[in-house]
Design a protein around this ligand. Structure first.
Ligand code: ZN
Length: 104
């Protein structure tokens, strides 16, 4: 079954993928548990995640989920800006520490 609304995933390594389809084959039906097929942004197969594994998969491997690539890009931009802000704070603190130790 094709997943009609595309859900994009940003992975820990900053690669992007999406949920291609939800499997409803006979073995899934017998097991009573569907599988999610995850493809890379280039349309290549990446992973297959069972329904009961989806929570740990998202926790361990996915940074964020979005309904469009624009949302993913906004997320990355904010992530980089936050990172930069933290680096600037860190550098300022180091400077204060250095300054204080020089005065002593
Ligand atoms: Zn299946």
């Amino acid at each position: 079954m094709e997943y009609d609304k595309k859900l994009y995933l940003l992975f820990n390594d900053y690669s992007i993928g999406y949920i291609k389809s939800i499997c409803d084959c006979t073995s899934c039906k017998i097991r009573g548990e569907a599988e999610f097929f995850i493809h890379t942004i280039n349309g290549k197969y990446k992973d297959c995640v069972k329904f009961n594994e989806i929570n740990s998969f998202f926790e361990d491997e996915v940074l964020t989920v979005a309904e469009s690539l624009e949302e993913i890009i906004i997320w990355i931009k904010e992530f980089i800006i936050n990172k930069k802000d933290n680096e600037i704070k860190f550098i300022k603190e180091i400077n204060i520490l250095l300054h204080n130790s020089l005065i002593k």
